[in-house]
Design a protein around this ligand. Structure first.
Ligand code: IPE
Ligand code: IPE
Ligand code: MG
Length: 244
């Protein structure tokens, strides 16, 4: 039998333990109200609060949120700066509550390339909540799935070039161990709000066997009930992982 990537499950039932969400539709939410886009992003932060609060009660162990993609730098500078400001605000204002609730906060993506003051804030939040055993909240910041795989390949290539790794010893598990998500179970499901049907460079490797869930709800309107409905939909899916 050939090795199967560690991120591909071996069947079996079970609920959704890891949900990854592409939080989309903030701009359209604002547009529908003739408000500036930042108003939609602000309401989007409220939706994050609601969902993080509801997640553990709905059986989730890991919640990964796509907050800023490596392609989102293409947006106008003022929108990028609004988004970074909201991220800073969210972490500053929420970290004590998250910590109190046992949430362990972490980040994936090239987040260390963000502004130094923001990186320090993120590092501190990570340190503070490192030992918490409740919900693992993973925020994808300056994240792109292709870039993540490229960085993992570079790490392995560097070891091979240094003579400490035999290229023939590279397996799916080894590559996975160099991804930003090393140590996390793969998402059982990926949910995208706002009705868009694309992955937009999110968790390309890790979602090999994830269930796709979509809702027309715009992210700022998302809440615990919408999350419960999405997880109900997941529970009705039959997962096969190539088997039968
Ligand atoms: C999601 O909402 C937030 C981010 C991508 C950061 P959008 O800003 O993409 O909202 P739409 O797609 O324009 O409605
Ligand atoms: C994906 O949403 C990125 C995040 C949710 C952070 P986008 O709104 O940026 O994706 P596209 O451009 O519509 O594919
Ligand atoms: Mg969008």
């Amino acid at each position: 039998m050939t090795a199967v990537a560690a991120s591909i499950g071996d069947g079996g039932s079970g609920g959704c333990r890891h949900l990854a969400i592409i939080m989309d539709g903030n701009g359209r939410w604002a547009q529908g109200r003739r408000l500036p886009r930042i108003a939609g992003h602000r309401e989007g932060v409220e939706a994050v609060r609601r969902v993080v609060e509801a997640a553990p009660g709905l059986g989730l162990d890991v919640l990964t949120l796509y907050a800023f993609s490596s392609e989102n730098w293409k947006r106008p500078a003022d929108e990028v700066s609004d988004l970074m400001g909201l991220l800073r605000h969210y972490v500053k204002s929420e970290i004590d509550t998250l910590h109190r609730n046992g949430v362990c906060l972490n980040f994936i993506g090239d987040w260390r390339a963000l502004k130094p003051d923001l990186v320090s804030l993120l590092e501190a939040a990570r340190e503070k909540t490192r030992a918490n055993s409740g919900l693992k909240l993973v925020m994808a910041l300056n994240y792109g799935g292709q870039g993540e795989i490229v960085r993992a390949a570079q790490a392995l290539a560097a070891e091979a070039a240094a003579g400490t790794l035999d290229p023939a010893a590279i397996t799916a598990e080894l590559l996975e161990s160099r991804l930003d998500t090393a140590g996390l179970p793969p998402p059982d499901a990926v949910l995208r709000t706002s009705g868009e049907l694309r992955l937009s460079n999110f968790l390309l490797w890790q979602t090999a066997y994830a269930e796709y869930l979509v809702t027309d709800t715009l992210w700022p309107d998302f809440d615990g009930a919408a999350l419960a409905a999405a997880l109900d939909e997941f529970a009705r899916r039959e997962r096969r992982f190539g088997g039968r």
